[in-house]
Design a protein around this ligand. Sequence first.
Ligand SMILES: Cc1ncc(COP(=O)(O)O)c(C=O)c1O
Length: 385
Amino acid sequence: MNREQDSAFIPFNKPYFTGKELEYIQQAHNQWHLSGDGPFTRKCHAWLEQSIGTRKALLTHSCTAALEMAAILIGIESGDEVIMPSYTFVSTANAFVLRGGLPVFVDIRPDTLNIDESKIEAAITKKTKVIVVVHYGGIACEMDTILSIAHKHNLFVIEDAAQAIGAKYKGKPLGSIGHLSALSFHETKNIISGEGGALLINDDRFIERAEIIREKGTDRNRFLKGQVDKYTWVDIGSSYLPSDLTAAFLWAQLEEFEKIMHRRKALWDKYHESFSEAEVKGYLRRPVIPENCQSNAHLYYILLPTAKKRDSVLSLLNKKGVNVVFHYIPLHDSPAGEKYGRTSVPMQVTVEMSRRIIRLPLWIGLEKNQNRVIDEVLLEVGGRQ
Ligand SMILES: Cc1ncc(COP(=O)(O)O)c(C=O)c1O
């Protein structure tokens, strides 16, 4: 018997299916439209544009692909500097490195684990082109300050909103604030399609070129709209669009968006309440949601007082069948980060938080086992004798 078959084992993640996914895939099959930009893709685009309030949404096959498109669109060239946190996924950096950009890593805030906006200005040089923010766990970066820094220095702002669908900053949906934003629908996210993503365009100047870059550098989209009589190679690009089968799956998820968010929030709130006393006693620290932010309950983490305690709690919980995990290994410390990036300021908070963090299981269906996760965590952190 493997761990997943063991009924006592609680996995870190379990994809949620609404039950409509296969029916919609069957419909796409019946409609004979399997390639990209079919009827389901159009439904998803319209939904994203309406609910996020973006000027244009384009499905991609991953958030990574959307970030690569963003790097091309803002014209990253060799030597351009790209400000970003080190506490993030590799794609945040890789997308720009592929274009010759140089990631300049900035430390994070200890409360939200998001880029520390007070340290951004010191990292700006004549070569800086863009600030890439990552809304960690669906909790917003301090966007007003970041936008005003960007405005003052004439920089682009890109939101890596991989984890942030449905979350808000001062009432504005994340993904609608930067010039360009990228979402992920990877199976670990709130809304999923296995692999998947979207580029959100909030500045009209980028729309036409984005459609070209996504279609292998051709004006195929204009051809399909009847604007040209044949399509040709007009720019650089790649194949960034997903099949309509993927969009069919995604549409089943988007239809249940509110329900999914509601159920995740209930799980998140329960963890948060259950750990409040342990936080008061100093056994752990809970996530912080600033007053002007509305989270999407993407992930729940706890911070242990020391790295040593984190390692022992992580290993004990996993031994007991409660699958908990750490998160990003700081990019500035990684082999490729050292080779392709630069660190602007000491990265103390990044290093410390990445060693103290434990992420807990959070998925729809966990409700019946969540008490066990909470009990085991409290027992191991020392909060319950
Ligand atoms: C912050 C961030 N950016 C980008 C990605 C990449 O997403 P995808 O797997 O859809 O390419 C992830 C993946 O988890 C992420 O956490």
